[in-house]
Write a protein that binds this ligand. Structure first.
Ligand code: ATP
Ligand code: MG
Length: 176
């Protein structure tokens, strides 16, 4: 059996989640099974929620977030964010151990760690106990060095320009 990789997309530039979704798209072409577990995200309607449905049953999406934490439209108390993020870790563990998937994507998991919603050790445990053939993808900026240490592939998206900085708001099909 082939050794699976631990893959990290981090950095302040745009494209981390998109890169993970692109990988899922590629893998479906080989009839591989992919599970995407979304941390944090929840209140926005992302286009990929619809497109991923078209890729069922090869792709499975689990949403384990209540939206942005502590900014703009956040109506949920912190305990709720925490509760659902912790639940996300539990679900991730089950999915990872199920051996049903070729790739599992933990989208925005690095943010959940940085916000203190989940423990770094919980994520390290997921990585260290994963079946060896499973590919595990983690996204989100400011990845912890302990996670980098366990990873095989780490790409840092570096912002050179972002339209947000010149006042252009998030765009349908590009950002969400
Ligand atoms: P994407 O989902 O577009 O691949 P991402 O996963 O790299 O982006 P996140 O950190 O998850 O980015 O941020 C989510 C949202 O913030 C997206 O709508 C994204 O377009 C936007 N965003 C990403 N990078 C930047 C940036 N440097 N400045 C402003 N907004 C950004
Ligand atoms: Mg993202």
């Amino acid at each position: 059996m082939e050794k699976g990789l631990v893959i990290v997309y981090t950095g302040g530039g745009k494209g981390k989640t998109t890169a993970a979704l692109g990988m899922a798209l590629r893998a479906v072409g080989h009839n591989q099974k992919i599970c995407i577990i979304q941390f944090i995200k929840g209140s926005w309607h992302y286009g990929e929620l619809n497109s991923l449905k078209r890729l069922e049953p090869e792709v499975e999406l689990v949403r384990m977030g209540k939206g942005f934490v502590g900014i703009i439209d956040d109506k949920s108390p912190r305990e709720e964010h925490e509760k659902i993020a912790k639940e996300g870790i539990k679900v991730s563990k089950e999915k990872i151990q199920s051996k049903k998937y070729d790739i599992i994507i933990l989208d925005e998991v690095n943010y959940a760690v940085n916000l203190g919603l989940i423990e770094l050790n919980d994520v390290l445990d997921l990585i260290k106990t994963k079946p060896s053939e499973l590919n595990l993808v983690l996204t989100g900026n400011h990845v912890k060095s302990e996670i980098i240490e366990e990873a095989d592939l780490v790409t840092e998206m570096r912002e050179i320009k972002h339209p947000f900085k010149s006042g252009i708001k998030a765009k349908k099909g590009i950002d969400f």
